[in-house]
Design a binder for this molecule. Structure first.
Ligand code: ATP
Length: 396
């Protein structure tokens, strides 16, 4: 296996890092990429007020997910938790023990490559990994690299050095980004979920009021809660909620807020869900106590209200979005169906359901509820009574 190791302070990780990582992954035909945020960077001091190591880990994890490579990308906490200065040689030694038969490639941009001879025990680094160096700007040409490559080869003949050009390189540094963020700029240079996490945690001098976020900021914040694969679904739900709200005269803004936040706790496991239920005093019936899928609607509604200050209407639209219930409001129906028929949904009957939803909202709702009941019954799963009551009320 060919494994890339990409270390950095990642304070914060930005589109320059992501673009380079994606390009090198392809150019070197890597099988896996390990992102390794430094605990105490040996090359630079962490500026005062920097995020905690845990927050940088989470930022890096979110940036890594942005690569869309699934579990071929992992963010490691080995430097963050090692203590002391984070020397690359120590990290590579540790990784070599873990992957004795695999090929390690250390990824780095121009600034790091040009100072490699000054790192802690370079000879050990060269013996453990090949070097994949790339430019950080269009101006970092092959001439710049070749002199350094020749010089390194003279001192370390055992070195393996590969220099490459990143197409569409993004010329930005974390230092610039920290300044931009403190001035309320920089969103366009960050993966959206990374920007959202920064706003959510109030990092780098951002002071977003989470209870009054404009949609342009609520969207990335909402994305920062999601597993990467769920992002198209949530963005699709927002688009569908707009269309349904416009078609039936619901409040479009509220529909969008509900759609963006409806799955904000979906990634949590049973234990975490139950902890949130205890925290927010959410009472659960017997079925809900064992059905993870039913819990996220309730805990999501609680977070939407507690953290983002949504009103009762939005709160209820999120609360009921999985089961439905008898006597749903217009906004609740829009949310329930937007989640059901958004463009990335693909299951037998979805086209028919979409057609009915835009002809008659209640008929669409009835059909959706019936399809759910049928599917659950076919799978031998219990159906929540709120769903049966919703169906019966519409039929009656
Ligand atoms: P700072 O501004 O705080 O010094 P940085 O932007 O250089 O930070 P680091 O986390 O220190 O970011 O960099 C990690 C690695 O990513 C280094 O190897 C660096 O050369 C590389 N790198 C940083 N920015 C870019 C970029 N825009 N394009 C390609 N590679 C980059």
């Amino acid at each position: 296996m060919k494994i890339g190791v990409y270390g950095g302070t990642f304070n914060p990780p930005h589109l320059g890092h992501v673009t380079a990582a994606r390009a090198v992954f392809e150019l070197l035909k890597l099988d896996r990429l390990l992102l390794v945020p430094a605990g105490l960077p040996p090359h630079k001091a962490l500026p005062a007020g920097s995020p905690t190591p845990e927050q940088r880990l989470e930022l890096t994890r979110l940036a890594g997910e942005q690569l869309g490579l699934g579990d071929r990308v992992q963010t490691l906490d080995i430097e963050v938790h090692r203590g002391g200065r984070s020397f690359t040689a120590d990290t590579l030694r540790q990784l070599k023990e873990q992957y004795p038969d695999d090929e390690l490639w250390l990824l780095m941009g121009t600034d790091m490559f040009l100072t490699l001879q000054d790192w802690h025990t370079p000879e050990e680094i060269f013996s453990l990994a090949g070097i994949a160096a790339f430019g950080r700007t269009e101006a970092d040409t092959e001439e710049l690299f070749s002199a350094q490559r020749d010089s390194l080869y003279r001192t370390y003949p055992q070195a393996r050095i590969f220099t490459l050009t990143v197409p569409g390189v993004v010329d930005v540094s974390s230092t610039e980004l920290r300044d931009l963020l403190a001035r309320g700029e920089g969103a366009n240079l960050l993966p959206p979920a990374v920007y959202g996490y920064i706003l959510r945690e109030g990092l780098y001098g951002t002071h977003a009021d989470l209870k009054h976020l404009p949609l342009s900021q609520l969207r990335p914040v909402a994305l920062s809660y999601l597993k990467h694969q769920r992002i198209p679904h949530v963005l699709g739900t927002e688009q569908e909620a707009i269309r349904l709200a416009e078609r039936y005269g619901a409040d479009v803004e509220k529909a969008r807020v509900a759609a963006l936040l409806h799955d904000c706790t979906k990634r949590l496991d049973m234990e975490e869900q139950l902890a949130l239920c205890r925290q927010y005093g959410i009472q659960l019936d017997e079925l809900e106590q064992r059905a993870l899928k039913l819990l996220h609607a309730k805990t999501g509604a609680a977070i939407a209200r507690e953290v983002f200050g949504v009103d009762d209407e939005i709160y209820r639209a999120i609360w009921w979005h999985t089961t439905g219930h008898a006597g749903m409001t217009l906004l609740e129906k829009v949310m329930y169906l937007a989640d059901y028929i958004e463009p990335s949904r693909d299951f037998p009957g979805v086209e028919e359901l979409r057609r009915v939803c835009y002809e008659d909202l209640d008929q669409g709702l009835l059909l959706g509820l019936e399809m759910t009941i049928q599917e659950m019954t076919a799978m031998g799963n219990p159906v929540h009574r709120a769903t049966v009551e919703a169906r019966d009320a519409l039929k009656g």
